[in-house]
Design a protein around this ligand. Structure first.
Ligand code: ADP
Ligand code: MG
Length: 455
């Protein structure tokens, strides 16, 4: 049994939906679990209308809602021949009807706190599910559905909720397994969950990959497949490096590190569950399903896994530096604790009793966090940085750092993180130098070496 996850671009329009449905029908076996994301742009649209409502722009919010409704209804209309099209249309209308009072509530309260954001953001996945079922029927593959929140119980860390894994395992056994025994694909939602008390949650922006691997692990699936718009994990983001190429095989550790360091083809939380359960993970291209993609498993290095795997760019982060007046052994623990209490995620850190720099997800720290940090020393905040990283089994070799710095000659490297992990080396540079730095490193570690090997 396999779990197949389709991202936003793989369900974003009629062609993509047909292609993805055909992949399930032809390659999914009798009863795969199909995890579907919101159609591309829907989650952003939902958050946008929530913000508009909270700002009192009810007309803007209403217009965005109508547009969201027509986009989804148009997709249903593209499958007029299927028996469940009427049901899907009714389901989309019901969900839109549910959204209206929610937006009114937000507009009345003029408040869009994280719990409300989660309640709203989760509609994207709920809207796309019935449409995917239509697409499957259209290719002759009738499917069942599961409201994922029946099995995906989480804590109440809204926006970044953690699954309650024991509950998940029990619910998968009691609810999902019997559904699969009916012998047809089961379509369900990524990204969303609910608390045991019934409040809607989400597990992090773009976290459908995480849903897929959690379900795959709980089901002890033969494989989890992430179907997306690129042919696997590439040697760099193809939007930055045009000649980046697929990495055929990766170890879990390298994939986890790449995801954490910005390779957004995989959600950072998605590796843990499959690694623990020993379930192989594959990244595949839904526009080009015959390509081999990337296989991620525990395999030791073999002749196909490269020394240096990939170069990644992590943006959307902020660097915070805290410098105490005198050396302070308690600094690390205290600062880390404050950041954690503020629910900020640390991606990279360099620390000594003389000062520390943390690279956090997201923008500037709140005034409150800043104030708290200031009790420990002088605080400097830089939101215009990005981290450029090299990842792979060979990164620990000392000459790699020298080579990386040579490749970045002329770039202002503000911080280096080496040795924290034997599999990665990260360099903090200014935002504007991020993409060029990735290209320079990719040239040095891939193009140049390839040319060298060829000559
Ligand atoms: P989905 O909607 O299917 O989840 P995402 O947009 O989340 O897709 O992830 C796919 C994108 O990740 C690619 O289009 C690519 O631009 C980006 N990406 C960043 N780094 C890498 C990498 N190393 N390999 C492949 N894709 C990458
Ligand atoms: Mg994604």
């Amino acid at each position: 049994m396999i779990v197949m996850k389709f991202g936003g671009t793989s369900v974003g329009d009629v062609q993509a939906l047909r292609r993805s449905a055909r992949i399930v029908a032809e390659r999914g076996g009798p009863a795969p679990v199909v995890v579907v994301s919101a159609i591309s742009g829907a989650t952003r649209a939902l958050i946008g209308m929530g913000r508009a409502a909270a700002a009192g722009d009810t007309e803007v919010a209403q217009a965005a809602l109508s547009e969201l409704a027509s986009r989804h209804l148009a997709l249903v209309d593209a499958f007029p021949e299927v028996p469940s099209a009427d049901e899907a249309r009714a389901r989309v209308r019901d969900l839109i009807d549910e959204l209206e009072p929610l937006l009114r509530g937000i507009a009345l309260l003029r408040d869009f706190e994280p719990a409300a954001q989660d309640a709203l953001a989760g509609f994207g996945e709920r809207l796309s599910t019935p449409i995917f079922v239509c697409a499957l029927e259209a290719v002759g593959c009738p499917a069942g559905t599961l409201d994922v929140t029946r099995v995906m119980l989480t804590d109440d860390r809204f926006g970044n909720a953690c699954p309650l894994e024991n509950d998940l395992e029990a619910a998968v056994r009691d609810i999902l397994v019997p559904l699969l025994a009916e012998g047809r694909p089961i379509v369900t939602q990524g990204y969303i969950g609910r608390t045991p008390g019934g409040r809607p949650t989400t597990m992090g922006f773009e976290a459908s990959d995480f849903t897929a691997t959690l379900l795959g692990a709980a089901l002890k699936a033969d494989e989890v497949q992430i179907w997306t718009d690129v042919s696997g994990m590439l040697t760099a983001d193809p939007r930055i490096v045009a000649d980046a190429r697929p990495v055929p095989r990766l170890r879990y550790v390298d994939a986890a590190e790449l995801a954490l360091l910005g390779a957004k083809v995989l959600h950072p939380r998605s590796i843990g569950p499959v690694e623990e359960a020993g379930v192989p993970l594959r990244i595949l291209n839904s526009s080009s399903p015959d390509e081999e993609g990337t296989l991620i498993d525990a395999a030791h290095r073999d002749d196909r896994s490269a020394d240096i795997t990939s170069v990644a760019l992590l943006d959307g982060v902020t660097a915070i530096h805290v410098a105490p007046e005198v050396r302070n052994e308690a600094l690390f623990l205290a600062v880390y604790d404050l950041v954690d209490r503020a629910r900020r995620t640390v991606r990279l850190a360099v620390a000594s009793p003389l000062g520390m720099t943390l690279v956090l997800d997201g923008g500037e720290p709140s005034p409150r966090l800043r104030e708290q940090l200031a009790t420990w020393g002088t605080v400097t905040v830089d939101a215009s940085v990005v981290a450029v990283s090299i990842v792979g089994p060979g990164v620990g070799r000392s000459e790699v750092l020298a080579e990386a710095l040579r490749a970045l000659d002329g770039v202002d490297v503000r911080m280096t993180v080496q040795g924290a992990s034997p599999h990665s080396l990260s360099l903090l540079v200014s935002e504007s130098e991020g993409a060029p730095a990735v290209r320079q490193l990719h040239d040095r570690f891939f193009a140049a070496r390839r040319a060298g090997a060829a000559s």
